[in-house]
Design a protein around this ligand. Sequence first.
Ligand code: PLP
Length: 401
Amino acid sequence: MEAPYRPRLADRISRLEPFLAMEVMERAFQMEAEGLDVVHLEIGEPAAVPPLAASQAMTRALAEGETSYSDSRGLWALREAIAADYEVRFGAQVDPHNVLVTSGTSPALLLAFSLLLNPGDEVVVPAPVYPCYPNFIRFCGGSPVFVPTRPEEGFAIDVDRIVEAVTPRTRAILVNSPCNPTGAIQSRETLENLSQLGLPIFSDEIYDGLTYDGRKVASASALDVDAFVFDGFSKRYAMTGFRLGWAVVPDWATRPLQIMQQNFFISANRFVQHAGLAALKEGREEVEAMRAGYQRKRDLLVSGLRRLGFGVPTVPEGAFYVLADARVFGEDSRRLADCLLERARVGTAPGIDFGPEGEGMLRFCYAVEEGAIEEALQRLEPVLEELRVGSPATPEGKASR
Ligand SMILES: Cc1ncc(COP(=O)(O)O)c(C=O)c1O
């Protein structure tokens, strides 16, 4: 008798970990469907509305029938505008031919890792880390090699530690500045030193423009080395759901990436690309207003978290997250985040999502209304009071052993 059919997944699937911040969000959606209200600080989702010109350009493009595929690399006008924006932001010369427009930054990352990695190859990744990078790398058969950054050092990358992690199998060094989850901004000197290691730099600059206290981001686009620069409209333009991003890539990478894009994604949505173009051309003031708002919200959240007993040794300088030491409330960040969601109805991202270096921490997103931050702090206070180590309750609310 023939063996019964059993579904079998490809090995590469078993290398993937769930994205825990998304899992918290999805559980929160379920709670909301059951009639509970949840404050969402778990995911990097700006509550601000996208630039008006972007939404208008998109609806206009739809009305005018801009609904077909585009050139796989993106509309030329958008690639030109993206390239020109590097001159404005960093004084960097970017050729539009080196710009690949994708449906969000995530596909650009997946394409670039797929381009470079063979099984057994390595990518050096400072940690705590955006959870999807290790998954992209493992999916392509590679291994992330984590190099810790430390809270007491403001999560700055120590180039010597990176050098120690490089092996003959290293194919790229990843930098994410401003960083999700730490909010750290790496100095120009760090970027220059990394670029001298003779390996491609993968620089995820999706949080550029969201920096505080006058800090500026150094961009790998201004370096005279093989750099892959990733960016998109999700964060600084508050356009997450539009799904629009890009990569700036070296000359030798343009053609193979074009071939991958043609086959795997065909092109980014054409009418959404018009939104991107309008955001670049007309969205600057709205982005600045959002940025100024985030700085106030960051200060509100940092002081509130410190008051509640979280450890925040350095104030994050960019992006819109606070990665706070939560060990006084429990060592297991996943359990703690679950508990805060169920009992305080506040969504947070467990630190373990960002690698072992993040265990014992929680990440809070402050790209929400100020009222939501105040509400979250209020809801958290009594629950945390009970959880505080030494108090008679555990995250489940039962007596401690
Ligand atoms: C560091 C980083 N890179 C990339 C992404 C993905 O962005 P996109 O929405 O453009 O795919 C995110 C989203 O949270 C992120 O934090």
